[in-house]
Design a binder for this molecule. Structure first.
Ligand code: X2X
Length: 342
């Protein structure tokens, strides 16, 4: 046995000596990395998260395996806890909404400032410019490494009661919202009756009529078939847009080799771009096919003109000003400048 032990010890010594020349990855990577999302496929959100996983698997020759866990299931359905779970390393990765992370990262409320962004170009000018970079720095300082922007989309308001063309039409409507108190304040300023709940709770609340309406991108309206839960009145008002962030928890990020970090970043950018395209498909002036399909379901689609928008903008101006200070004036000004110069 002594000889055996000596032989074993020698073997261990050789293995240890050889270790630094082996790729660290081979020893330390997890068998699976969990990507948290609120919406899975067929929502563009989940599709783009899956694209990220697929690209990484392919280009790492199967060394890095990522799996999408939709429905915010890694945080028991409570989507506003996702960021905290990532910081703690409980969630490895996420394709997350700025709305859901805004309770922990106040600056991410930027995108929820009512009527800051008139169009997709404005959104891109913010995410692709100085404000977007600042936001990524802020998120990174909180131990979540942001890699790329994706998209949930412009959030349009729907309800089961009536067409909405003026703020007065929203009066008294019970509207489901999520995220930070900014959403409550915006809908309160418009005379509505907002109530905060997760997406998981929103769907039964809509179908039982416990709430009258909600706000979500068109792709969500379609994939969740909100017309079947009484949401027959849809208003395109473009009041806020919801970008997504492809991110990795810092404790997890630090375990990847520099080469694999580069791979994760590049593939996130590609998947994010794909997600943006999916989120915008069929809802633009050039291609309104999705909107046409919604109308064909018997839904009234009300399009606000810039003139119509002014009344909503005026009603929510005090909320904008209050939250501009909370988010940080220099950051909001950088965003306003990007929008102005787009
Ligand atoms: O809950 C929502 O409304 C959703 C799915 O859009 C988000 O996660 C922000």
């Amino acid at each position: 046995t002594k000889r055996l032990l000596a032989a074993l010890a020698a073997g261990v010594a050789i293995a240890l000596a050889a270790a630094p020349t082996l790729p660290a990855a081979a020893q330390t990577y997890k068998a699976e990395y969990k990507i948290s999302t609120v919406l899975g496929a067929p929502f563009p959100w989940g599709v783009s998260a899956q694209r990220w996983a697929d690209l990484v698997k392919e280009r790492s020759n199967g060394r890095i395996v990522m799996k999408v866990y939709p429905g915010a299931q890694l945080v028991g359905g409570d989507q506003t806890k996702e960021f905290t779970a990532m910081r703690q390393g409980v969630i490895d990765m996420a394709v997350g909404s700025t709305i859901n992370w805004s309770p922990q990262v106040a600056e991410l409320n930027l995108f929820a400032l009512p009527f800051l962004m008139p169009d997709h170009k404005a959104l891109d000018a913010i995410t692709g410019g100085e404000a977007g970079k600042k936001l990524f720095d802020i998120v990174a300082a909180k131990d979540v490494i942001p890699l790329a922007w994706g998209e949930n989309g412009f959030r349009e308001v729907s309800n089961s009661k009536r067409d909405v063309k003026t703020p007065a039409d929203l009066k008294g409507l019970k509207i489901r919202v999520v995220g930070s108190p900014l959403f409550n304040e915006t809908f309160t300023a418009l005379g509505a009756n907002p109530t905060q709940m997760s997406w998981a709770d929103a769907q039964p609340a809509l179908s039982t009529g416990a709430v009258d309406g909600q706000e979500n991108p068109i792709t969500v309206y379609v994939a969740a078939k909100l017309n079947t839960v009484g949401q027959k009145h849809l208003t395109l008002w473009g009041y806020v847009a919801d970008p997504l962030i492809f991110a990795v928890s810092k404790p997890v990020w630090d375990t990847f080799s520099a080469e694999d970090q580069k791979l994760l970043r590049e593939t996130a950018a590609e998947a994010g771009q794909y997600g943006k395209e999916l989120a915008r498909k069929g809802i633009t002036e050039e291609d309104p096919s999705t909107l046409k399909a919604i109308e064909a379901l018997g839904v009234t689609v009300t399009r606000l003109t810039p003139e119509d928008q002014k009344a909503f903008q005026a009603a929510t101006k005090p909320v904008y000003d209050k939250w501009k200070a909370r988010i940080g004036v220099p950051l909001v000004e950088a965003a306003e400048k990007a929008v102005g110069e787009r």
